[in-house]
Design a protein around this ligand. Sequence first.
Ligand code: AMP
Length: 137
Amino acid sequence: MSVFTKIINGEIPCYKIAEDDHFIAFLDINPNAKGHTLVVPKKEENKIFDLSKEAYKDLMDFSYRVAKALEKAVPNNRIGMSVIGLEVPHVHVHLIPLNSMVDIQFTQKVTLTNEEFISLANGIASKFEYMTFNKDY
Ligand code: AMP
């Protein structure tokens, strides 16, 4: 079971931004930049391109809406997107508010307090627009 499945099951905490039946978005605990967010399908799958086309498109749709919320909530020049998965083998999209090239490099990390994480997550969550999905995969 991945660490993200444990978050999805409520076994370990996260700084949640948005959730529906199939996806969850929460702050990366070791962020490249303020607002660095992970978008994760609830069904545990290792590699993004092993998803069905439909699940992939819905992940991109959910990520799009999270990116829109990030754009409004966190100072940025643009929102960057990256998929890696070498550390946690459970599909996730990194969405990172960018102000410079180093923000998308995984060598730079910022340290935030618990209060800063909570306030960031609440600020982003307040800008997220919910829609309903009725998919089953
Ligand atoms: P990667 O698998 O290389 O895409 O990286 C996994 C990402 O997940 C890293 O940026 C970690 O900081 C992040 N991460 C790992 N564990 C947690 C956790 N419990 N909560 C939030 N983010 C996490």
